[in-house]
Design a protein around this ligand. Structure first.
Ligand code: ATP
Ligand code: MG
Length: 560
């Protein structure tokens, strides 16, 4: 699916247009700055498409920068997964991936500059005292007793902090701004703290680490970012972003612009919560096909184009809202409907024996890979005396709306012959086990010669030539639209989010590539599971149904 072009404008693009027109900037330079503390989710995809998409459309640049100031929660596994996901989505960053930790020396120097200017001080107050002095949204904070320490002493204390003379929590470096500010983030925020931990990039070089708000703006400026796009929760922090850059010796001053984050119904969208799902074993891992992670959606069968299209469809605004899952599903359905080859698979098989068909004959029929796209070619489908059809496609009796196989009536087997149900066997519980049919040999690729009308078409797979496959059917991971609002969000999990069935698929699918997407005719869109494929097992994931399963569905006629 080609990305629908030209891009719809949004308030951020309007700002950029103005900045280019006024000559404020000659070109655009954005960045995508994930913290490597988990796998990326679909919310990040929105930010990726925004940042990289703007760079593409304006012939600018977009950096990938790992915001790695919190080494305890971060790992190289996450760094690698993030790179993989960004590239898979179809984007390439400018130059090498960057790390905030690349700038630890510079950041430390700027912290010293603030101390020298009397704009930062080392505070030895306990955590509790600092919290108490911060005030509240309605009450001003109070000044720390360390706020007026002499510059020379602060320099010495910060040097001692850096040299490892203090324990974690014993002291921290704070910006000296305004304890009476209506913005909590401006009440002398901590800009450096002590952490005696190993860092995945800088090893044991540092035991003091800069805080996010201090690091982010300086990293942006050092990279020459023009527009620093972030989510709305940083709106207040923009004051701090600007304050830091206004008070250190640096030329570049990027403009921070906030947009609303993506929230998606029936799922959670925070690395911390997603991590809980993984650690508590509610899912099989970060790339479980039920997860809203990029890796999970990929394994589920989402395509890069469908995810970019989703980001475009939801747009970019400052309004908080919750997007319906149906919108995401429609994007992948549209893409796969257009581009996925067709195949036949039976998920809940019952056997059909075609009694007037030769016993050991295997007839090679040919089926188009796509009904409207001859350029997608065709494939061979073996036909035999015994085939499987879907249990729900046979009834002993039914009204005219049921355009499938009914006892004594005819139906067409897709890409093959017209058959007629003559009789059937059932087990002790009354479940149909085998349907005995006859076939009309003159109906391959043509209507019956005598003019009888056969309306229904059902899919099938040869019993002897078909291949057994495990098929995984997914439902929403949570039972409530906004699980994040639940006291214990894991309690809102849908116990039936994964149903595994043993199906049978046409033999051409035995060699299907991992992640390759198909439309199983009349059933839905499926892809080969990449993890199980690696183990040599044929497993398909249902990406999405043929229709919007989230809206109320008309069950009366499923014949697509
Ligand atoms: P999370 O809580 O999921 O970890 P985060 O904002 O802490 O989210 P970061 O790794 O810091 O995650 O995010 C990198 C970039 O992606 C940031 O610019 C952030 O604003 C953006 N981003 C994160 N979540 C969303 C979302 N749900 N919608 C849009 N953008 C998002
Ligand atoms: Mg974060």
């Amino acid at each position: 699916m080609a990305d629908s072009a030209p891009r719809a404008s949004n308030f951020i693009r309007k700002i950029i247009d103005q900045d280019l027109a006024s000559g404020k900037h000659a070109s655009v330079h954005t960045r995508f700055p994930p913290e490597p503390n988990g796998y990326l989710h679909i919310g990040h995809a929105k930010s990726i498409v925004l940042n990289f998409g703007i760079a593409q459309d304006y012939q600018g640049k977009c950096n990938l920068r790992f915001d790695d100031t919190n080494p305890l929660k971060e790992s190289v596994e996450y760094i690698n997964s993030i790179k993989r996901d960004v590239q898979w989505l179809g984007f390439e960053w400018e130059g090498k991936p960057r790390f905030s930790s690349d700038y630890f020396d510079a950041l430390h120097g700027f912290a010293i500059e603030l101390i020298e200017k009397g704009l930062a001080y080392v505070d030895f107050s306990s955590q509790e005292d600092m919290r108490a002095m911060r005030g509240t949204l309605t009450e001003k904070g109070t000044n720390s007793p360390y706020r007026d320490t002499a510059v020379a002493d602060n320099l010495q204390h910060f040097a001692d902090m850096t040299a490892g003379k203090y324990q974690e929590g014993e002291c921290s470096l704070r910006a000296k701004i305004d304890m009476a500010s209506p913005f909590m983030c401006m009440r002398d925020p901590v800009i450096y703290r002590i952490r005696h931990v190993h860092h995945h990039q800088t090893g044991d070089t540092w035991c003091v680490y800069p805080m996010y708000d201090f690091t982010h703006c300086i990293s942006d400026a050092l990279e020459g970012i023009t527009h620093s796009l972030c989510t709305l929760e940083f709106q207040d922090n923009r004051r701090l972003y600007d304050w830091v850059l206004d008070n250190i010796s640096i030329e570049c001053h990027p403009q921070q612009i906030e947009f609303s984050r993506l929230n998606l119904e029936y799922t959670v969208m925070s690395k911390r919560k997603l991590n809980d799902l993984v650690v508590e074993g509610h899912v099989e891992g970060w790339n479980d096909p039920r997860m809203p992670t990029i890796a999970g959606l990929r394994r589920r069968g989402y395509t890069p184009a469908s995810m970019r299209e989703f980001a475009h469809r939801i747009g970019v605004t400052k309004m908080d809202n919750q997007v319906e899952m149906g919108i995401l599903e429609a994007c992948v359905r549209d893409d796969l409907n257009e581009n996925a080859p067709r195949a036949m698979a039976v998920l809940d098989p019952i056997k059909v024996v075609i009694e007037n068909y030769p016993q050991d004959k295997v007839e090679t029929l040919v089926a188009p890979n796509h009904p409207n796209k001859p350029e997608m070619g065709q494939r061979e489908v073996p036909f035999t005396r015994e085939v499987y059809i879907e249990r729900e496609d046979f009834r002993e009796s039914a009204n005219k709306k049921f355009k499938r196989l009914v006892l004594g009536k005819e139906v067409r087997l897709r890409n093959a012959y017209v058959i007629k149900a003559e009789r059937f066997d059932s087990d002790a519980e009354g479940n149909v086990t085998t349907v005995y049919c006859s076939y009309d040999p003159d109906t391959l690729g043509q209507d019956p010669a005598d003019g009888r009308k056969v309306k229904g078409v059902i899919h099938w797979v040869s019993a002897s030539e078909g291949v057994a496959a495990e098929i995984r059917l997914y439902d929403r991971l949570f039972q409530v639209p906004n699980p994040a609002a639940e006291a214990v969000f894991a309690d809102a999990l849908n116990p039936n989010s994964l149903q595994i069935v043993q199906g049978i698929v046409e033999p051409s699918l035995a060699s299907a590539a991992p992640e390759a997407g198909y439309q199983f005719e009349r059933t839905g869109y499926f892809c080969v599971d990449s993890e199980f494929a690696a183990e040599g097992k044929l497993v398909f994931n249902r990406t999405v149904g043929l229709r919007d399963s989230w809206a109320k569905m008309d069950q009366s006629d499923n014949d697509a």
